[in-house]
Design a protein. Structure first.
Length: 289
Protein backbone atom coordinates (compact mmCIF):
# COMPACT_ATOMS: atom_id res chain seq x y z
CA UNK A 1 0.00 0.00 0.00
CA UNK A 2 1.05 3.58 -0.61
CA UNK A 3 1.72 4.64 2.99
CA UNK A 4 2.64 8.18 1.94
CA UNK A 5 -0.79 8.63 0.36
CA UNK A 6 -2.48 7.14 3.44
CA UNK A 7 -0.65 9.49 5.77
CA UNK A 8 -1.45 12.50 3.59
CA UNK A 9 -5.18 11.81 3.46
CA UNK A 10 -5.76 10.26 6.87
CA UNK A 11 -8.43 11.95 9.02
CA UNK A 12 -7.52 11.80 12.71
CA UNK A 13 -10.06 10.28 15.10
CA UNK A 14 -10.29 10.60 18.89
CA UNK A 15 -12.49 9.29 21.71
CA UNK A 16 -14.31 6.92 19.35
CA UNK A 17 -15.41 4.74 22.26
CA UNK A 18 -18.10 7.35 22.93
CA UNK A 19 -19.87 6.97 19.59
CA UNK A 20 -22.31 4.16 20.48
CA UNK A 21 -25.54 6.16 20.48
CA UNK A 22 -24.56 8.21 17.45
CA UNK A 23 -23.50 5.25 15.30
CA UNK A 24 -26.77 3.47 16.15
CA UNK A 25 -28.72 6.47 14.86
CA UNK A 26 -26.63 6.59 11.67
CA UNK A 27 -27.12 2.84 11.27
CA UNK A 28 -30.89 3.29 11.32
CA UNK A 29 -30.70 6.24 8.93
CA UNK A 30 -28.86 4.01 6.43
CA UNK A 31 -31.84 1.65 6.34
CA UNK A 32 -33.68 4.13 4.11
CA UNK A 33 -31.09 3.46 1.40
CA UNK A 34 -31.44 -0.29 1.93
CA UNK A 35 -35.24 -0.12 1.71
CA UNK A 36 -35.17 1.92 -1.49
CA UNK A 37 -32.69 -0.56 -2.97
CA UNK A 38 -35.00 -3.41 -2.06
CA UNK A 39 -37.84 -1.90 -4.09
CA UNK A 40 -36.24 0.07 -6.91
CA UNK A 41 -32.98 -1.78 -7.72
CA UNK A 42 -32.79 -5.11 -9.56
CA UNK A 43 -32.35 -7.82 -6.93
CA UNK A 44 -29.07 -9.70 -6.53
CA UNK A 45 -28.66 -13.13 -4.92
CA UNK A 46 -26.11 -11.77 -2.42
CA UNK A 47 -28.39 -8.86 -1.44
CA UNK A 48 -25.88 -6.38 -2.85
CA UNK A 49 -28.70 -4.35 -4.40
CA UNK A 50 -29.33 -3.00 -0.89
CA UNK A 51 -25.74 -2.07 -0.05
CA UNK A 52 -23.97 1.29 -0.30
CA UNK A 53 -20.75 2.72 -1.68
CA UNK A 54 -18.69 5.35 0.10
CA UNK A 55 -17.85 8.28 -2.19
CA UNK A 56 -14.72 9.97 -0.86
CA UNK A 57 -15.00 13.30 -2.67
CA UNK A 58 -18.49 13.84 -1.21
CA UNK A 59 -17.94 11.97 2.08
CA UNK A 60 -21.25 10.16 1.78
CA UNK A 61 -22.94 6.79 1.34
CA UNK A 62 -24.50 6.26 -2.08
CA UNK A 63 -27.10 3.62 -2.84
CA UNK A 64 -27.23 1.61 -6.04
CA UNK A 65 -28.68 3.14 -9.19
CA UNK A 66 -32.35 2.36 -9.68
CA UNK A 67 -33.94 0.98 -12.79
CA UNK A 68 -36.65 2.72 -14.82
CA UNK A 69 -36.69 5.48 -17.39
CA UNK A 70 -35.45 8.06 -14.87
CA UNK A 71 -32.83 6.29 -12.72
CA UNK A 72 -31.87 7.75 -9.36
CA UNK A 73 -29.93 7.06 -6.19
CA UNK A 74 -30.58 7.76 -2.51
CA UNK A 75 -27.59 9.00 -0.52
CA UNK A 76 -26.76 9.67 3.13
CA UNK A 77 -24.30 12.40 4.07
CA UNK A 78 -23.15 11.65 7.64
CA UNK A 79 -21.63 15.02 8.54
CA UNK A 80 -24.85 16.90 7.76
CA UNK A 81 -27.06 13.91 8.63
CA UNK A 82 -28.96 14.47 5.41
CA UNK A 83 -30.67 12.16 2.93
CA UNK A 84 -30.58 13.15 -0.72
CA UNK A 85 -32.11 11.96 -3.98
CA UNK A 86 -29.73 12.25 -6.93
CA UNK A 87 -30.62 11.79 -10.57
CA UNK A 88 -28.75 9.36 -12.80
CA UNK A 89 -26.02 11.94 -13.41
CA UNK A 90 -25.51 12.64 -9.70
CA UNK A 91 -27.38 15.93 -9.55
CA UNK A 92 -29.37 16.59 -6.34
CA UNK A 93 -33.15 16.63 -6.83
CA UNK A 94 -34.44 16.59 -3.26
CA UNK A 95 -33.08 16.38 0.28
CA UNK A 96 -34.16 15.89 3.89
CA UNK A 97 -32.16 16.91 6.99
CA UNK A 98 -32.74 14.13 9.51
CA UNK A 99 -32.06 16.13 12.68
CA UNK A 100 -35.31 16.45 14.67
CA UNK A 101 -37.06 14.23 12.13
CA UNK A 102 -38.26 10.68 12.70
CA UNK A 103 -37.41 7.55 10.76
CA UNK A 104 -41.01 7.33 9.56
CA UNK A 105 -40.70 10.88 8.21
CA UNK A 106 -37.55 9.84 6.38
CA UNK A 107 -39.32 6.93 4.73
CA UNK A 108 -42.24 9.16 3.76
CA UNK A 109 -39.88 11.74 2.28
CA UNK A 110 -38.06 9.07 0.24
CA UNK A 111 -41.27 7.60 -1.20
CA UNK A 112 -42.64 11.04 -2.12
CA UNK A 113 -39.34 12.32 -3.53
CA UNK A 114 -39.01 9.26 -5.77
CA UNK A 115 -42.61 9.62 -6.94
CA UNK A 116 -42.14 13.32 -7.71
CA UNK A 117 -38.89 12.78 -9.58
CA UNK A 118 -39.84 9.73 -11.64
CA UNK A 119 -43.50 10.55 -12.19
CA UNK A 120 -44.32 6.94 -11.35
CA UNK A 121 -46.86 5.79 -8.82
CA UNK A 122 -45.45 5.79 -5.31
CA UNK A 123 -44.28 2.41 -4.02
CA UNK A 124 -44.39 1.59 -0.33
CA UNK A 125 -41.04 1.38 1.39
CA UNK A 126 -40.72 -1.01 4.32
CA UNK A 127 -37.96 -1.48 6.83
CA UNK A 128 -35.56 -4.37 6.13
CA UNK A 129 -36.55 -7.72 7.62
CA UNK A 130 -33.19 -8.43 9.29
CA UNK A 131 -32.64 -7.76 12.98
CA UNK A 132 -31.03 -4.46 13.96
CA UNK A 133 -29.85 -3.09 17.32
CA UNK A 134 -32.66 -1.29 19.09
CA UNK A 135 -32.74 2.50 19.46
CA UNK A 136 -35.38 5.11 20.18
CA UNK A 137 -35.28 6.33 16.55
CA UNK A 138 -36.59 2.91 15.55
CA UNK A 139 -39.61 3.48 17.76
CA UNK A 140 -40.75 6.99 16.88
CA UNK A 141 -37.92 9.04 18.37
CA UNK A 142 -36.22 11.79 16.38
CA UNK A 143 -32.64 11.90 15.16
CA UNK A 144 -30.34 13.96 17.36
CA UNK A 145 -26.62 13.37 16.80
CA UNK A 146 -23.86 15.75 17.96
CA UNK A 147 -22.04 17.35 15.05
CA UNK A 148 -18.67 16.22 16.37
CA UNK A 149 -19.82 12.59 16.44
CA UNK A 150 -21.05 12.80 12.86
CA UNK A 151 -17.66 14.11 11.77
CA UNK A 152 -15.90 11.29 13.64
CA UNK A 153 -18.08 8.61 12.06
CA UNK A 154 -17.51 10.14 8.63
CA UNK A 155 -13.75 10.02 9.24
CA UNK A 156 -13.95 6.37 10.23
CA UNK A 157 -15.75 5.38 7.06
CA UNK A 158 -13.57 7.61 4.89
CA UNK A 159 -10.30 6.25 6.29
CA UNK A 160 -11.52 2.68 6.00
CA UNK A 161 -12.69 3.08 2.42
CA UNK A 162 -9.29 4.54 1.52
CA UNK A 163 -7.37 1.61 3.01
CA UNK A 164 -9.69 -1.03 1.56
CA UNK A 165 -9.51 0.47 -1.92
CA UNK A 166 -5.72 0.48 -1.67
CA UNK A 167 -5.78 -3.24 -0.82
CA UNK A 168 -8.29 -3.86 -3.60
CA UNK A 169 -6.11 -2.10 -6.19
CA UNK A 170 -3.28 -4.53 -5.43
CA UNK A 171 -5.30 -7.71 -5.96
CA UNK A 172 -7.76 -8.43 -8.75
CA UNK A 173 -9.51 -11.05 -6.62
CA UNK A 174 -10.83 -8.46 -4.17
CA UNK A 175 -14.55 -7.71 -4.33
CA UNK A 176 -15.92 -4.16 -4.66
CA UNK A 177 -15.65 -2.19 -1.41
CA UNK A 178 -19.14 -1.67 -0.03
CA UNK A 179 -20.96 -0.81 3.20
CA UNK A 180 -23.59 -3.37 4.17
CA UNK A 181 -26.65 -1.91 5.94
CA UNK A 182 -27.35 -5.01 8.06
CA UNK A 183 -24.18 -4.86 10.17
CA UNK A 184 -23.16 -1.36 8.99
CA UNK A 185 -19.64 -2.53 8.20
CA UNK A 186 -17.63 -1.39 5.21
CA UNK A 187 -15.50 -4.09 3.67
CA UNK A 188 -14.66 -6.53 0.92
CA UNK A 189 -13.76 -10.14 0.28
CA UNK A 190 -10.43 -11.42 -0.99
CA UNK A 191 -11.10 -14.69 -2.83
CA UNK A 192 -8.17 -17.11 -2.62
CA UNK A 193 -9.54 -20.17 -4.43
CA UNK A 194 -12.12 -20.38 -7.19
CA UNK A 195 -14.98 -22.59 -6.03
CA UNK A 196 -18.65 -22.51 -6.98
CA UNK A 197 -19.64 -23.05 -3.34
CA UNK A 198 -18.70 -20.05 -1.16
CA UNK A 199 -18.68 -22.32 1.88
CA UNK A 200 -15.84 -24.28 0.32
CA UNK A 201 -13.87 -21.43 -1.28
CA UNK A 202 -10.92 -20.10 0.70
CA UNK A 203 -11.13 -16.38 1.34
CA UNK A 204 -10.27 -13.47 3.61
CA UNK A 205 -12.97 -11.02 4.63
CA UNK A 206 -11.88 -7.62 5.86
CA UNK A 207 -13.31 -4.29 6.80
CA UNK A 208 -14.30 -1.89 9.54
CA UNK A 209 -17.40 -1.71 11.67
CA UNK A 210 -18.18 1.37 13.81
CA UNK A 211 -19.09 -1.02 16.63
CA UNK A 212 -21.32 -4.00 17.31
CA UNK A 213 -22.05 -6.77 19.82
CA UNK A 214 -18.42 -7.91 19.83
CA UNK A 215 -16.90 -4.50 20.50
CA UNK A 216 -18.82 -1.28 21.26
CA UNK A 217 -16.10 0.88 19.69
CA UNK A 218 -15.08 0.98 16.02
CA UNK A 219 -12.68 -1.75 14.96
CA UNK A 220 -10.94 -3.31 11.99
CA UNK A 221 -11.42 -7.01 11.30
CA UNK A 222 -9.55 -9.36 8.95
CA UNK A 223 -11.03 -12.84 9.02
CA UNK A 224 -9.92 -16.09 7.30
CA UNK A 225 -12.37 -18.60 5.85
CA UNK A 226 -12.58 -21.34 6.78
CA UNK A 227 -11.86 -20.66 10.44
CA UNK A 228 -8.93 -22.70 11.80
CA UNK A 229 -9.91 -25.83 13.69
CA UNK A 230 -6.65 -26.15 15.60
CA UNK A 231 -6.62 -22.63 17.03
CA UNK A 232 -3.06 -22.10 15.79
CA UNK A 233 -2.88 -18.45 14.73
CA UNK A 234 0.18 -16.47 13.58
CA UNK A 235 1.52 -13.72 15.81
CA UNK A 236 0.52 -10.17 14.86
CA UNK A 237 2.72 -7.06 15.25
CA UNK A 238 -0.32 -5.03 16.32
CA UNK A 239 -3.90 -5.93 17.15
CA UNK A 240 -5.16 -9.27 18.44
CA UNK A 241 -6.99 -12.41 17.35
CA UNK A 242 -10.68 -12.60 18.19
CA UNK A 243 -11.86 -16.21 18.63
CA UNK A 244 -15.20 -16.03 20.43
CA UNK A 245 -18.06 -16.76 17.99
CA UNK A 246 -15.90 -15.92 14.98
CA UNK A 247 -12.19 -15.83 14.17
CA UNK A 248 -10.40 -12.78 12.90
CA UNK A 249 -7.60 -10.32 13.52
CA UNK A 250 -8.95 -7.22 15.25
CA UNK A 251 -7.60 -3.70 15.69
CA UNK A 252 -9.74 -1.48 17.91
CA UNK A 253 -10.20 2.27 17.94
CA UNK A 254 -8.52 2.42 21.36
CA UNK A 255 -5.34 0.94 19.92
CA UNK A 256 -5.38 3.24 16.91
CA UNK A 257 -6.14 6.33 18.97
CA UNK A 258 -3.28 5.64 21.36
CA UNK A 259 -1.54 7.73 18.72
CA UNK A 260 -2.88 11.26 18.26
CA UNK A 261 -1.19 12.22 14.98
CA UNK A 262 -2.71 11.29 11.63
CA UNK A 263 0.58 9.92 10.32
CA UNK A 264 0.94 7.54 13.28
CA UNK A 265 -2.68 6.36 13.13
CA UNK A 266 -2.26 5.61 9.44
CA UNK A 267 0.93 3.63 10.16
CA UNK A 268 -0.80 1.48 12.79
CA UNK A 269 -3.66 0.60 10.44
CA UNK A 270 -1.44 -0.12 7.45
CA UNK A 271 0.91 -2.23 9.58
CA UNK A 272 -2.04 -4.17 10.94
CA UNK A 273 -3.79 -4.67 7.61
CA UNK A 274 -0.63 -5.79 5.79
CA UNK A 275 0.32 -8.31 8.49
CA UNK A 276 -3.21 -9.52 9.20
CA UNK A 277 -4.06 -10.11 5.54
CA UNK A 278 -0.91 -12.21 5.18
CA UNK A 279 -1.67 -14.12 8.39
CA UNK A 280 -5.34 -14.70 7.52
CA UNK A 281 -4.37 -15.86 4.04
CA UNK A 282 -1.94 -18.36 5.57
CA UNK A 283 -4.66 -19.66 7.91
CA UNK A 284 -7.31 -19.87 5.19
CA UNK A 285 -5.04 -21.84 2.84
CA UNK A 286 -3.73 -24.18 5.50
CA UNK A 287 -4.35 -27.80 4.56
CA UNK A 288 -5.96 -26.72 1.26
CA UNK A 289 -6.02 -29.53 -1.25
Amino acid sequence: MNLEKMEKNWQTTTASGNLVDSRLQLHWAAQVIASVGGVHVAPEADDSHRNMEWIAKSSMFVGNLSGGEKPFRITLHPESLELRLLDGSGNPQSSLPLSDNSLDAAYQWAAEAICTYTGDEAQKLVRPEYELPDHSVANGGVFNVPTSDLASLSHWFGNSDMVLRAISSEDGNFSPVRCWPHHFDIGGLLTLTAESDPEVARSVGMGMTPGDGSYPEPYWYISPWPYPKDGDLPELPVGNWHTEGWTGAVLTASEIESETKAVEQAKIVTTFSTAAVAAATQVALRNAT
